[in-house]
Design a protein around this ligand. Structure first.
Ligand code: UD1
Ligand code: CA
Length: 448
């Protein structure tokens, strides 16, 4: 039987180098916070209990973690990583299973990699550490190994010159039987260069208890820890280039991959084509054969089969586009359900609207959905023709097959198959322009 899994996510550290009013781990990578990335990893590998360790100063992290359903442990003051994990001791005192330590500022670790750490435990190790070969080991803790065995983790500040030569470093991810982990942590001391309680000391303590420690090797790119805006940009870049490769691997054409920005949850079916400089905010799903032209921005929407969008379109949350529908340049939609084969090709705003099938919305059409207090709905039934420059003052319903003349301000419902004209009647004054110009010219000549 598989052992139950718990995780302790460390997020109590100060994040001074971000120079941000917001806690570091709430900054986004690929459209979701680093904390949410780490929570997603824990969920993906079947962790049933997550304790997030926060400091008193991180009220925002605490609120975010609680809203994601995590348990909270407060570490105050912050006396090191070992001390941080101990803050979760009370939460996990009766937990029977394995506990894994994760850092909230390390968003890119993949489930496969975390699973390899669990496999090491399944294969008989008592504690397993995720290590990586660091290009520049700098301040990382070094893994002291002997064959497959992990003998110790030595922090850079405590390491001998020979140990500093070691490139195999500690990512921070450590997994062990819950009771052995906390029993070892109780015995960690702070008589070291930083005067901190190092989590990494548990390796030697557990080995002295006769337990077996091993390391598992991961990819340096995955264990990138974010401490600054520069690191944040590196993490974003790594996520984006991964996602682009994934999407192309699934049969999507990216005309200029480096310029397309995805979110963590962008879902695109095969044979979709995406032009340059397209941005996907969170919550976008696109079906087969759709085309997204350059400079379009999509967020929180469902795009049906064969849909055409852009260039320069803004598709906002709650937009659902039926198969074969089209949205052209300088069109914005929000909370709009657009039926099969309907078209909004130029310069329009359609919000809080339900648009039927085969509707043609002319250039410059605006749904006037907001009265300064409330939002109101516009309903446009199947086969309606909306003339250019129409203002639809919601709430309003345009019946099936109706025809709206250009330039109308439509404030009343339009019956099925009717023509609606919502504009002042035109007045033509014969010869007026000629007389006007003559008068103006005369005045100008008198001044000279
Ligand atoms: C730690 C490891 C080091 C490893 C490196 C990987 C220890 C002693 N060292 O070093 O071996 O190579 O991570 O990045 O574990 N935190 C708290 N409370 C504290 C201290 C830290 O919650 O009192 C949290 C931080 O918010 C952060 C994580 O723990 O998420 C790591 O802390 P940090 O100070 O960055 O550890 P390093 O010195 O980098
Ligand atoms: Ca660090």
């Amino acid at each position: 039987m598989k052992k139950a899994r718990a995780a302790v996510i460390l997020a109590a550290g100060k994040s001074t180098r971000m120079k941000s009013a917001r806690s570091k781990v709430l900054h986004d990578v690929g459209g979701r916070s680093m904390l949410a990335w780490v929570k997603a990893l824990a969920d993906e590998v079947g962790v049933s209990r997550i304790v997030c360790v926060v400091g008193e100063a991180n009220a925002d992290v605490r609120a975010a973690a609680e809203s994601m359903g995590m348990e909270i442990a407060v570490q105050e003051p912050q006396l090191g990583t070992g001390h941080a994990v101990l803050a979760a001791k009370e939460n996990l005192k009766d937990f029977d299973g394995t506990v894994t330590i994760l850092y909230a500022d390390t968003p890119l670790i993949k489930a496969d990699t975390a699973n390899r750490v669990f496999e090491a435990l399944d294969q008989g190790a008592d504690v397993a550490v995720l290590g990586f070969d660091a290009e520049d080991p700098a301040a990382y803790g070094r893994l002291i190994t002997d064959g497959d065995e992990l003998m110790a983790i030595v922090e850079a500040k405590e390491a001998s010159p020979e140990q500093l030569e070691i490139k195999l470093c500690n990512s921070g991810v450590i997994s062990a039987d819950n009771k052995s982990m906390f029993s070892a942590l109780d015995r960690v001391e702070n008589n070291n260069a930083k005067g901190e309680y190092y989590l990494t000391d548990v390796i030697e303590i557990m080995r002295a208890d006769g337990r077996r420690a091993v390391s598992v090797i991961g990819d340096e790119a995955e264990v990138l820890g974010v401490n600054s805006r520069t690191d944040l940009a590196l993490a974003e870049k790594a996520f984006q280039s991964d996602k682009r490769l994934q999407v192309m691997g699934e049969g999507v054409t990216l005309r200029d991959p480096d310029t397309v920005i995805f979110s963590y949850d962008t879902e695109i079916e095969n044979d979709v084509e995406i032009g340059a400089n397209v941005v996907f905010g969170p919550g976008v799903q696109i079906k087969q054969n759709a085309t997204i032209h350059p400079f379009s921005h999509l967020e929180g929407c469902e795009i049906g089969e064969g849909v055409n969008i852009g260039p320069f379109a803004r598709i906002r949350p709650g937009t659902i586009m039926g198969a074969g529908s089209r949205i052209g340049n300088f069109v914005e939609t929000k909370k709009a359900v657009i039926g099969k084969d309907s078209k909004i090709n130029h310069l329009s705003y359609v919000g809080d609207a339900e648009v039927g099938e085969n509707v043609n919305i002319g250039a410059g059409t605006i749904t006037c959905n907001y009265d300064g207090y409330n939002k109101h709905k516009t309903t446009i039934e199947d086969n309606v023709f909306v003339g250019t420059h129409s203002s639809l003052v919601a709430p309003v319903t345009i019946g099936k097959g109706a025809f709206l003349g250009s330039g109308g301000v439509i404030t009343k419902d339009v019956p099925q198959d009717a023509l609606a004209l919502g504009r002042a009647e035109q007045v033509n004054k014969q010869g007026w322009a000629k007389r006007y110009h003559a008068a103006q010219q005369k005045r100008r000549n008198q001044k000279k």
